[in-house]
Design a protein around this ligand. Structure first.
Ligand SMILES: Cc1cc2nc3c(=O)[nH]c(=O)nc-3n(C[C@H](O)[C@H](O)[C@H](O)COP(=O)(O)OP(=O)(O)OC[C@H]3O[C@@H](n4cnc5c(N)ncnc54)[C@H](O)[C@@H]3O)c2cc1C
Length: 260
């Protein structure tokens, strides 16, 4: 516990609490055979069972592991995060306290340009002239944000209510929350947010949580990642061939039909 991974310029994810480990998934599944609660460690048959459960969509046993993460991230990252309704959240309130002047500034190399073939994405290349231009623009953003925070503090000084004075602060302002989620819903989050198409600024948090979850449930995370990687390869292939989205299972079923 208390493992922390730093991400972006000021952000972090910390695993602050958890319930269960790999063995919990196996125990939950074995009740199907009316098996008694089994103390002790994981063995090879448990690992095989976990793999089969995940590949066969027998997902409920994965809900027996629960994590609480402490997260420090820009508000625009939380806007995406909070769409995941299966988490329980508690976040810092700008009505209760003054927001500290901490905002996200991207690395000039990570900005790139608006993608031409992916409406929601960016194209990043290491073109020196572009990186230099982005660095100058980031300096302007920094000055703009600092002026925004100065105005915020002036308004508070002039007895503006905190709940209203904050309303012009940038979406890049960092916020702080605790999020609790079971492993199945963490996997659903990771499927979307660790995907190469996810925005880099949330992907780094998703990838960090995968590393933290791995320390508690290494077999489950390995089994999940193996299948997720296959899905990413298939998504790319279908995208290239301009074929509508199909899952790994659909394609495996199709292949079976073709070859048997
Ligand atoms: C690349 C990308 C682009 C996006 N772009 C946009 C956008 O432009 N605009 C926008 O508004 N959103 C956008 N989203 C958000 C997206 O539509 C989802 O709201 C978000 O990803 C949460 O996914 P979820 O509903 O699967 O997650 P969760 O809320 O965590 O739900 C997990 C799963 O539980 C089930 N579930 C939960 N609640 C319900 C329910 N009420 N009814 C039925 N099933 C439920 C579903 O199976 C769901 O997949 C985008 C997401 C991604 C990854």
């Amino acid at each position: 516990l208390d493992q922390k991974i730093d991400v972006l310029d000021h952000g972090f994810v910390r695993l602050v609490d958890h319930m269960g480990t790999d063995i919990s998934v196996s125990r939950a599944a074995r009740i199907s055979y009316d098996a008694a609660w089994r103390p002790g460690d994981l063995d090879g048959s448990d690992s095989r069972l976990i793999r089969r459960l995940w590949n066969d969509h027998h997902t409920s046993p994965f809900e027996s592991i629960v994590f609480t993460f402490e997260i420090f991230a820009p508000i625009f990252v939380f806007r995406q995060w909070h769409r995941h309704r299966t988490w329980s959240y508690n976040e810092l309130s700008g009505r209760y306290r003054e927001l500290p002047e901490v905002f996200y500034l991207p690395n000039a190399r990570d900005v790139g340009v608006q993608s031409k073939d992916n409406k929601q994405g960016r194209t990043v290349g290491d073109v020196m002239a572009l990186v230099a231009r982005r660095a100058r623009e980031i300096e302007r953003i920094e000055a703009h944000n600092k002026a925004g925070f100065e105005l915020y503090r002036d308004l508070l000084e002039s007895e503006w209510p905190r709940e209203l004075a904050r309303s012009h602060l940038p979406l890049s302002t960092y916020s702080h929350m605790f999020g609790t989620v079971n492993l199945l819903n963490l996997f659903r989050f990771m499927m979307l947010r660790s995907h190469p198409h996810a925005q880099m600024e949330i992907r780094v948090y998703s990838d960090a949580m995968a590393e933290l979850a791995r320390t508690i449930a290494p077999v489950c995370v390995e089994v999940f990642e193996a299948k997720a990687k296959r899905q990413v390869v298939i998504d790319r292939m279908l995208n290239f061939l301009k074929i509508k989205h199909r899952s790994v299972e659909d394609l495996e079923a199709l292949a079976m039909k073709e070859f048997t």
